[in-house]
Design a protein around this ligand. Structure first.
Ligand code: DGT
Ligand code: CA
Ligand code: CA
Ligand code: ZN
Length: 585
């Protein structure tokens, strides 16, 4: 869905071409005159390849003089460019069963075939189509056959896989070697990630790569022939798309070097951010696109800039890091010069929510500390599960006291440079009580409070339960506050605003659980919460030594949440951390 804001804005050539293409498909689906169908399809191609500025062509009334664009088409293009919508298109789309439009997204199923299964079998949804394939009805249609039926079935199955979003962490692991491969090609002048991956969004729809080169063909060839490509879905001079065996899709765009930073900014997005940037450009008399910055009232187009920072500067803005480009308050802050100095990976000096073999971790206390020392950390907090988490071999009071002793001994032995704090990840019981005796909690350096059971309480009960635990005098920080697992499990019902207020009032931190499947509390809540005074601690929730590295994903969440290191507890040095924990425990 295009947003209202976007409708106010000029549509670019690519967007218009996509709509013309869609009109062609819809007309074909309805069995319209093939000449009309082809006219829309070829106009889409012409527009896609057009080098000139569309706005200028329209102003100079030259659009209809282009071969292949007749008067009716030119009118439609002008309307789309100026209004951002086209009644003819909207009506056409509304006249088609939504299920048929969805069928068009199945690989190998074009408008002709969709028309046939609709016309001959009366199928109006993908589910019905799947059933008809399974019953062999589709193979019997003229022009289909067994092979085609099998292809449609597998297309339906894959579609479900391809439609999924992917965890940022997994997507990055796939994207990194591709970017390296692109950078190694001798035709490549510059190469970068773009899209949601570069913005460090918690999940990624598809990968976007941008390359600067005068010689795109070999680059496109490498991209579409690399290992792991399951299907090439588009191959062109400026853009190619692939589907990887992992189900992840990837777009590559190749542009001339002088256009690189405009394109990088554009394809980094987000769409909302781009809309706001274009509006700002317009208000300053420019039109901004992936090609450059063009004065509205004539004059020289700004085509060369040496960095994204230069683009922001031309629009009177400070540099906005990609993580902040979500179309919230970043442009206003960049104008006023009040963008925060975001916390960085190097600022982290230790982490607090980690498990050992004492509960359900895979590595011993010593192995975990050794790994923390390798990361150069000054301290490491150990917080195994408490006794109610039976499946995780949670610690009872006696075992906690023994672990405290073991940690004390380890610190005294000076075996490691990294200092160890004794903590616990204490279950919040159904009524909001904590799982361990207060005397034992008091003996610990800190207490992470978490929910691991009773997820189905209603919002009021759950909120009350968590707030009661926050009010416990021994609570230091709230672990994974909503219990969500990205792409797997919804958060439990909880009023986070009330939880945030209670945490601030009781000087309890809310963690950023940096496990890539959690990233909880969500970045969208942090900007306001931190302004109100909420502190966080970035924790990997590591159940193995090699997972301490997850802290990096947590830093990204903090950055997306506008956090400076002042709001992140574990950027403090050992001495301040000791002071704080001793004074509160
Ligand atoms: P994703 O892939 O769903 O996680 O999200 P993105 O942000 O990577 O979106 P994607 O891959 O569709 O496009 C990459 C960027 O390109 C997007 O963030 C902004 C820009 N872009 C793409 N399509 C449009 C559009 O129709 N309008 C505007 N203004 N920008 C677009
Ligand atoms: Ca993307
Ligand atoms: Ca994309
Ligand atoms: Zn937990």
């Amino acid at each position: 869905m295009r947003s209202i804001f976007e409708k106010l804005d000029l549509m670019d050539k690519r967007e218009i071409a996509a709509i013309l293409d869609e009109i062609g498909v819809f007309l074909e689906l309805k069995g319209e005159n093939p000449f009309k169908v082809r006219a829309y399809q070829s106009a889409a191609r012409i527009l896609d390849r057009l080098e000139d500025d569309l706005g200028e062509l329209i102003k100079a009334k030259q659009l209809r003089s282009i071969k292949g664009i007749g008067a009716a088409l030119a009118d439609n293009i002008e309307t789309l460019h100026q209004e951002g919508s086209l009644p003819f298109y909207e009506e056409l789309k509304a006249s088609i069963e939504p299920g048929l439009i969805e069928m068009l997204t199945i690989p190998g199923l074009g408008p002709k075939k969709v028309k046939a299964v609709y016309g001959k079998l009366g199928l109006t949804s993908i589910d019905q189509l799947r059933l008809a394939c399974e019953e062999g009805k589709v193979a019997a249609l003229p022009g289909f056959g067994k092979q085609s039926q099998a292809k449609i079935l597998s297309g339906i199955e894959h579609r479900e896989l391809y439609n999924q979003r992917h965890l940022w962490w997994n997507a990055f692991a796939i994207a990194e070697p591709i970017l390296e491969g692109l950078r190694k090609l001798k035709q490549t002048e510059k190469a970068e990630h773009a899209g949601s991956l570069r913005r460090c969004l918690e999940t990624v729809g598809d990968l976007d790569f941008l390359v600067a080169s005068e010689d795109p063909d070999p680059i496109m060839h490498w991209f579409t022939h690399q290992e792991g490509v399951a299907e090439v879905t588009a191959l062109g001079q400026t853009k190619s798309s692939i589907r990887l065996e992992s189900g992840l899709q990837a777009d590559l765009r190749v542009v001339p070097l002088k256009q690189f930073y405009f394109a990088l900014h554009h394809f980094t997005g987000s769409k909302d951010h781009n809309v706001m940037m274009r509006q700002r450009a317009l208000s300053m008399g420019y039109s901004l696109s992936e090609w450059g910055l063009t004065p509205e009232e004539g004059g020289r187009k700004v085509t060369t800039i040496k960095s994204e920072a230069a683009l922001f500067k031309k629009l009177g803005l400070n540099y906005i890091p990609p993580e902040l480009r979500e179309g919230t308050a970043e442009i206003a802050a960049a104008e006023k010069g009040t963008l925060p100095e975001l916390v960085q990976e190097e600022d982290i000096r230790g982490v607090f929510h980690n498990h050992t073999t004492a509960s359900d971790g895979r590595h011993t206390l010593e192995e975990m500390v050794a790994a923390a020392q390798d990361l150069g950390w000054e301290y490491l907090g150990i917080s195994d599960h408490s006794k109610s988490s039976v499946q995780a071999n949670g610690l009872n009071e006696e075992r906690v006291l023994r672990q405290i002793e073991a940690i004390e001994k380890l610190n005294q032995s000076k075996q490691f440079k990294t200092y160890v704090f004794s903590g616990i990840e204490c279950d919040i019981l159904k009524d909001g009580d904590l799982d361990l005796d207060q005397s034992v909690l008091e003996a610990l350096d800190y207490v992470v409070i978490s929910i691991h059971s009773g997820f189905t309480q209603d919002e009021e009960a759950m909120t009350r339960r968590i707030i009661k635990a926050i009010e416990h005098p021994c609570s230091t920080m709230l672990g994974h506050p909503t219990g969500r697992l990205l792409l797997e499990r919804e958060p439990y019902a909880v009023n986070m605003q009330k939880v945030i207020d209670a945490a601030i009032a009781n000087k309890v931190m809310i963690e950023i659980n940096a496990n890539p499947r959690r990233l909880d509390m969500d970045w969208r809540l942090w900007h306001k919460a931190a302004e109100k005074g909420l502190m966080t601690c970035i924790n990997p929730d590591a159940h193995a030594a090699e997972r301490l590295i997850y802290y990096k994903a947590g830093v990204q969440v903090a950055r997306k949440g506008w956090l400076t290191k002042e709001s992140v507890f574990n950027t403090n040095n050992l001495k301040s951390v000791k002071n704080y924990l001793l004074s509160t425990s």
